[in-house]
Design a protein around this ligand. Structure first.
Ligand SMILES: Cc1cc2nc3c(=O)[nH]c(=O)nc-3n(C[C@H](O)[C@H](O)[C@H](O)COP(=O)(O)O)c2cc1C
Length: 445
């Protein structure tokens, strides 16, 4: 299956926008976060822009900053099931944790979403980096980074077996003979591993896509190894073209090592565009958002990224020494993101206040303030320079920032022949140009 687009665009649907202070901005609607209409309207804008997919994150805990940051959105799988009925073509990617759930439950939930949406489901596989979630699942502390990835690996194996457990043609619906299903084509999986014992089969037929698309977003050493083995789309935070190129080459090379086609993995770095009719206007918009931030919020977020390290020991207007930060390789949360932040400190030598403003827009993802043509140039350059297969677009404000991107940047990308003008396929695999996997249990002819 070949996609009808040279680049792939996903929209990362936030609460009111990816900018930390977005809810204070008049272009957002913080009072609508539990209103299904709000998400329907957002999805309609993304579908008008022929995005490949929309994506919902999930942390399984309320953030510590709810006093000053809009939080409290709807549960992703429930929300996407509702959006499946309100959209026609766009892919629907939900985050779900391998640390705080069981594979049997999750396999049937995603299989159901894939059936409900006619083959548009994707699973963003996370191990839940945030320490906050552990307390909601009976743990006094989060499991180690390695333990989480080890469990995730076995977890994904089990889920894939369950999705395969019904062969595609297992249902016969033969009223004449009274045979509904061919039980030779419905298989127990009899999985017995270190973490899971699952008999199977699944209690519903194979998903339309065979497997809902597997998405992953870890970029540490263990994260890359996991992604290269399983992921079909990868979200990643990259600030610099050479770093993004190195990441791209490394993951594709590792995938080949697992016997995979490197084109079977779409690498989508995050990009938070802030548009203006001139660069000065765009920068002024970015400053306007940054001026709304509350340093205490940024300090909490930064501390979370470094396993609770207390940054209040520095004064806001002092330069912060890179040596003072905990080493990313020892971080038990999100290792690659702490490295991205440390690289910013190394490169730009900001004051603490400057760093907080720098991170307020994208939490380490690239924020780009510029004209629509400049944003399109950036997208084109990174794709042509083999740093990306497309982007995970993170609007600073919703709905305004998303609508601006769709109305002003998407037409330029289309005119340049980079992006589809309409959907060709029906499934998320079609949009990404991914092969539909056969069931491992299917009898060979
Ligand atoms: C775009 C993007 C979205 C993410 N969404 C979530 C999420 O919803 N829930 C979550 O627990 N982690 C999320 N993560 C974090 C990753 O799953 C992963 O834990 C993190 O990137 C660190 O992985 P690493 O330690 O392998 O670098 C996201 C990461 C990225 C880049």
């Amino acid at each position: 299956m070949t996609s009808n687009s040279r680049i792939h665009l996903n929209v990362f649907v936030p609460t009111t926008g990816h900018h930390e202070a977005s809810w204070l901005h008049p272009g957002t609607q913080p009072e609508r976060l539990t209103d299904i209409g709000y998400y329907r309207e957002t999805a309609a804008i993304a579908e008008r822009g022929t995005f490949d997919s929309l994506f919902l994150a999930d942390q399984l805990a309320i953030g510590r900053s709810v006093k000053h940051v809009a939080q409290g959105k709807l549960e992703p799988l429930t929300l996407l099931s509702a959006l499946a009925g309100a959209t026609e073509r766009i892919g629907l990617i939900a985050t779900a944790s391998t640390t705080y759930s069981e594979p049997y439950n999750l396999a049937r939930q995603f299989a159901s979403l894939d059936h409900i949406s006619g083959g548009r489901a994707g699973w963003n596989i996370v191990t839940s980096w945030s320490a906050e979630a552990a307390g909601n699942f009976g743990l006094s502390q989060r499991n180690s980074h390695s333990d989480r990835y080890r469990r995730a690996t076995e977890y994904v194996e089990v889920v894939r077996k369950l999705w395969d457990s019904w062969e595609d043609d297992a249902r016969l619906h033969d009223r004449a003979t009274g045979v509904y299903a061919d039980t030779d084509r419905i298989h127990a999986i009899d999985h017995e591993g270190e973490e899971f014992r699952v008999r199977g089969p699944l209690d519903l037929p194979r998903p339309p896509q065979g497997h809902p698309v597997l998405v992953q977003a870890g970029s540490s050493e263990e994260g890359r190894a996991f992604a290269a083995r399983y992921a079909e789309a990868i979200f990643t935070a990259q600030q610099q073209l050479p770093d993004a190129q190195a990441f791209y080459a490394d993951v594709k090379r590792r995938a080949v090592g697992f016997g995979r086609d490197p084109d079977g993995i779409k690498i989508l770095p995050g990009l938070s565009p802030i548009l203006g009719s001139t660069e000065a206007e765009a920068r002024a918009r970015e400053e306007e958002l940054n001026d709304l931030t509350i340093p205490a919020v940024g300090l909490k977020h930064l501390s979370q990224r470094f396993d609770g390290f207390d940054f209040t020991r520095f004064r806001l207007d002092d330069l912060i020494p890179a040596e003072a930060f905990p080493r990313p390789a020892t971080v038990q949360g999100a290792q690659s993101r702490s490295q991205v932040i440390l690289d910013i400190v190394d490169r730009e030598r900001p004051t603490l206040r400057g760093l907080l403003r720098r991170l307020a827009g994208g939490r380490g993802h690239k924020v780009l303030a510029g004209t629509p043509a400049a944003i399109a140039d950036h997208i084109q350059l990174w794709v042509e320079q083999r740093a990306a297969d497309g982007f995970n677009i993170m609007p600073a404000t919703v709905p305004t920032g998303l609508a601006d991107f769709v109305d002003e940047v998407v037409p330029i990308l289309r005119k340049r022949g980079l992006f589809r003008t309409d959907y060709a396929g029906r499934t998320l695999r079609d949009h990404y140009g991914l092969v539909r996997p056969a069931s491992r249990y299917a009898r060979s002819a």
